[in-house]
Design a binder for this molecule. Structure first.
Ligand SMILES: Nc1ncnc2c1ncn2[C@@H]1O[C@H](COP(=O)(O)OP(=O)(O)O)[C@@H](O)[C@H]1O
Ligand SMILES: [Mg+2]
Length: 303
């Protein structure tokens, strides 16, 4: 079975989009990341903004600005599972699209793009994927920037230093680097976001090239409190209730607490299911569900 062009990408996401806006707004505890990301991404996606500022502020486009514009258009999201990397990568540009009154297309490289392992296949697939993105980006220019999301990027850009690295994977990493450089020179406004749960497994040559790297972690106490309040809005939780739930979803001697995803996707559903159809959701009932939905263990590095 060979991978065809149609299998290379998931469906495109065109922004602005109300669903993306809501998914973005529901991400809790990431305000700091959201703010810094918006600045970094905006300058890559709208390179003229920096030039215009330089002209305003200095009467000329400073060499520093040209250099900044030459950075590879690559941003890395690294961190634990279930902490919002994929969701943020797919939705953050909604805010940028709205602010600047532009359209943004999010293209998501499919995990199938890894191919079947046949010699030369992964390199060819990555090359083809970047060709598609380049063609589209060239056609529309920075008026409609393209974002290429490469999720689980460590699967594609595994460290060339990993001992059992196959020659084929190394060629794949080189194809990725080539694709990103080509985007930089030929498609101003295009941006690549790579997400990984295993930053250590990502090739150092790729990491070195990134314009920015963002770290994602499990929610701390304040973030769990904010998330629980937002998830169970409409249910009266006393401050004692909230303290108990925040505590129950913390590390409790395990070394790791619940992920955002554990709370959003599992505890919430379990609580509704346990209450429906006869009972209301109460703090006690939520606590019971937390106890029976232990946190997902961190991704352990296999190398
Ligand atoms: N910071 C967050 N705030 C609220 N919900 C979150 C957050 N991070 C993740 N989620 C939810 O958890 C689920 C998994 O998130 P995802 O973006 O796939 O995480 P990752 O890619 O880091 O594994 C989604 O339903 C998402 O909405
Ligand atoms: Mg993910």
């Amino acid at each position: 079975m060979t991978t065809t062009l149609n299998d290379l990408f998931e469906d495109d996401l065109d922004l602005p989009d109300p669903v993306a806006q809501q998914r973005y707004a529901r991400l809790v505890g990431l305000d700091h990341v959201k703010a810094r990301l918006a600045r970094e991404a905006e300058l890559i996606m709208q390179p003229d903004l920096l030039r215009e500022w330089s002209l305003r502020a200095h009467g000329t486009v400073l060499p520093a600005v040209e250099r900044l514009a030459d950075r590879p258009p690559l941003i890395i999201f690294a961190g634990d599972v279930g902490t919002g990397k994929t969701t943020l990568a797919e939705t953050f540009a909604d805010a940028i699209a709205r602010r600047h009154g532009i359209d943004v297309r999010v293209k998501r490289l499919s995990l199938r793009a890894r191919g079947t392992g046949a010699v030369g296949e992964m390199t060819r697939l990555i090359g083809t994927a970047f060709d598609v993105v380049l063609d589209e980006a060239r056609a529309v220019g920075s008026a409609r920037p393209t974002i290429l999301v490469i999720d689980e990027a460590d699967a594609l850009a595994q460290s060339r230093e990993a001992s059992q690295m196959h020659h084929e994977d190394r060629a794949g990493v080189n194809a990725l680097i080539r694709g990103i450089s080509q985007l930089a020179t030929e498609a101003p406004g295009a941006l690549v976001i790579m997400c990984t749960n295993r930053i250590g497994a990502l090739d150092p040559a790729i990491r070195r090239r990134a314009a920015a790297e963002f770290d994602f972690a499990r929610p701390d106490e304040a973030q769990r409190a904010a998330l629980l309040q937002s998830l169970f809005e409409g249910i009266t939780l006393s401050s004692e209730d909230l303290t108990l739930l925040v505590d129950l979803t913390g590390p409790n001697g395990r070394g790791y607490g619940h992920t955002y995803s554990d709370l959003v996707d599992r505890v919430l559903a379990a609580s509704c299911m346990a209450a429906y159809p006869e009972h209301p959701i109460t703090a006690e009932l939520i606590a019971e569900q937390v106890r029976s939905c232990p946190p997902t263990p961190p991704f352990t590095t296999r190398s």
